[in-house]
Design a protein around this ligand. Structure first.
Ligand SMILES: [Zn+2]
Length: 629
């Protein structure tokens, strides 16, 4: 059946389902969604369950859009006429992709009105579907810029989404049924995550990251299996850490022009970190693998999905994201292949315990035959202390250093660890467990924090409530001071005892190197690791006991400052939690692949899981292809 015939067929089915009096003028695939155009958006909105019924019966994600959308400028005026001024509208974002207008307001309740009356009034007068969000308490420049950019390329995006929609719903041709996974990186190592899922019909690339230690930094992207890149149906991104997302823009440079699926926070954080990655490389006079134009290309080709949304991404593959508990927007990617043929999940990085920021990773799937799981802390001895204990240890260390007049330097990823440590320090000061000193934030940390407050629905309920409770937002506590110039950095290093949280987390570049140079000679100071240090990074070398560290070229730093590690802040599951995860995983898979860990850890975890659960396990090498079915 051609696409045109399929659309005709779908339209006939929809006409049969919607009640008389509601017109359906056109149906069209746009990206993974089926868009129903109607001249009666209001009547559609009045039928509360109609969209749900259509989605269920047609097994498609349904979007209803008015045939004619009011011009955004005029629509904005009308919204302001309808909504009382007390709502405090701070921004309106018209998303032509979805026909939605995002209304950002200080008092969302006023925009919604009694029993949604004001919202219905808005729909009636402008046709756009209103969605109300609370104005984020900290403004993010990244999100502003991304929204502006998407607005400026909206015509391009429409063409792109229609083309992708038709590609996803193309006719399948093969009679064969098989599923393979090729490992292009991240096996028996940490970093450069990249996995190719292929079937007779489609090819999907999962993640495309760099290796933090820079040696052999890219995945094996030159192998014939994934070429030409224009033949890839999609890229799926589990989360925004650079070892998973840094090289996605490179794919566009080399000819990929398809969609990148990720959650909304992953899109924003990835773009922010990719631009920062380019800046860090430039500062160190290193060649950059791509430019900011390629980052824009990534944003323009991104299709965001929330947790739980089952989505067609190829003729024979459905993708669903589930909470991974690791960083903001991090997802376990679940792939359903064929009509009930096979199910594979990739955990990405995940945390199976509750943290200050997130709920534990999801562990229930409708079906599951194979899981690829991370093994960062997969070794038998990789037991992390509980979060409470870790915080107590951190308070002890901070107290000791501050009381002897030293400064505490904490290298951390801008996204994840930084916010966890910030929250622990803020609470420590509030309950007088540590003295009230300034906590300086340098690098992308503040911007990353702002993005966190823009997506409260991705945080756990307690933190979400705190953020929106007047005067309780821990991220806005007065102890946090942003550092944004070299001059200010000098002042901080020459000033009173304090805590400094800065990037990069593994000391491979970023402002932390400046602080290290300035603070390393003084034995009163301390460098405190709170996150995983990958093999080959300067962080790992110092942690192992190196006391003279090469900085590239002939420069070295002699380390006199105290070196400390506070375990337990990790966004990863430790060995016990990894084992527990499989114990509680529903349904129990037939095969487990342990990846994303040092060689001995992935092997140890694979062996231990097999012994305990009698499941077939593998600790694959890079460049292997496994046939699943
Ligand atoms: Zn990660």
């Amino acid at each position: 059946m051609t696409i045109e015939d399929r659309l005709k067929d779908l339209k006939a089915k929809i006409d049969g389902i919607v009640p008389a009096g509601i017109s359906v003028s056109q149906v069209e695939f746009e990206g993974p969604e089926l868009v129903i155009y109607t001249e009666d958006p209001k009547k559609f909105a009045d039928q509360a369950d109609l969209i749900k019924i259509l989605a269920r019966d047609l097994r498609k994600r349904i979007v209803v859009r008015p045939t004619i959308l009011e011009d955004p400028d005029r629509a904005a005026e009308k919204i302001k006429e309808v909504v009382p001024e007390t709502a405090g509208i701070t921004d309106l974002f018209f998303d032509a992709d979805t026909g939605e207008v995002l209304i950002e307001a200080e008092k969302p309740g006023v925009v919604i009105g009694k029993n949604g009356a004001t919202l219905r009034e808005i729909t009636k007068s402008i046709g756009w579907t209103p969605k109300v969000v609370r104005t984020p308490p900290i403004e993010s420049t990244t999100i502003k810029q991304i929204r502006q950019y998407l607005r400026s390329v909206k015509e391009d995006r429409k063409t792109f989404l229609r083309a992708i929609g038709r590609r996803i719903h193309r006719e399948t041709t093969s009679k064969d049924e098989w599923v393979r996974v090729t490992t292009l990186g991240c096996c028996r190592e940490v970093g450069r995550a990249a996995f190719l899922i292929s079937t007779p019909e489609s090819k999907i690339l999962l993640d495309c990251g760099e290796k933090p230690s820079n040696a052999n930094g890219t995945p094996y992207l030159y192998v014939p299996e994934i070429h030409p890149l224009s033949g890839l149906d999609a890229v799926v991104l589990t989360h925004a850490h650079l070892d998973h997302c840094a090289l996605v823009p490179l794919l566009f440079k080399y000819g990929f022009d398809g969609p990148v699926y990720c959650t909304p926070p992953t899109r924003d954080l990835s773009a922010m970190l990719q631009l920062d990655y380019l800046e860090v490389l430039q500062k160190e006079a290193n060649r950059t693998p791509y430019t900011s134009t390629d980052v824009k290309n990534f944003v323009r080709h991104s299709i965001t999905l929330n947790y739980g949304a089952v989505t067609d991404i190829a003729p024979d593959i459905k993708l669903t994201f589930h909470n991974a508990g690791h960083i903001l927007g991090s997802a376990i990617a679940h792939f359903h292949v064929g009509d009930g043929l096979y199910n594979i999940a990739f955990t990405g990085d995940f945390n199976y315990s509750k943290s200050r920021l997130f709920s534990p990773a999801a562990n229930q799937f409708p079906r599951l035959e194979t899981i690829f799981m991370e093994s960062t802390y997969g070794g038998s001895n990789d037991i992390q202390p509980p979060r409470k204990e870790a915080e107590t240890r951190l308070y002890e260390v901070v107290n000791t250093i501050l009381s002897r007049g030293g400064k505490v330097l904490i290298p951390a990823f801008a996204v994840g660890r930084s916010q966890e440590v910030m929250l622990a320090l803020e609470e420590g000061m509030r309950f007088s467990k540590i003295p009230r000193v300034n906590v300086y934030l340098d690098g992308m940390i503040r911007e990353a924090t702002a993005i966190h407050t823009t997506y409260p629905e991705y945080l756990n309920a307690e933190l979400r409530n705190q953020i929106f409770h007047d005067g309780m937002n821990p991220f806005l506590a007065p102890c946090f001071v942003q550092v944004d110039s070299a001059e200010r950095r000098e002042q901080v290093m020459g000033g009173d005892p304090c805590v400094i949280i800065t990037t990069s987390g593994m000391l491979n570049g970023g402002p932390v190197m400046e602080y290290l140079k300035g603070l390393a000679p003084d034995a009163r100071n301390a460098l405190v690791f709170v996150g995983y240090q990958a093999e080959g990074t300067i962080g790992r070398r110092i942690q192992k006991g190196w006391r003279e560290v090469p900085l590239g070229g002939r420069e070295t730093i002699a380390i006199n400052m105290e070196i400390d590690t506070v375990d337990g802040f990790s966004g990863h599951s430790d060995r016990r939690e990894l084992m527990n995860y499989i114990a509680h995983l529903q349904p129990r898979p037939e095969k487990i692949f342990t990846i994303h860990g040092d060689e001995n850890k992935t092997i140890d975890l694979a062996v231990s899981l097999h012994k305990r659960f009698h499941i077939e396990t593998h600790s694959p090498l890079n460049l292997e292809t496994y046939r699943m079915i």
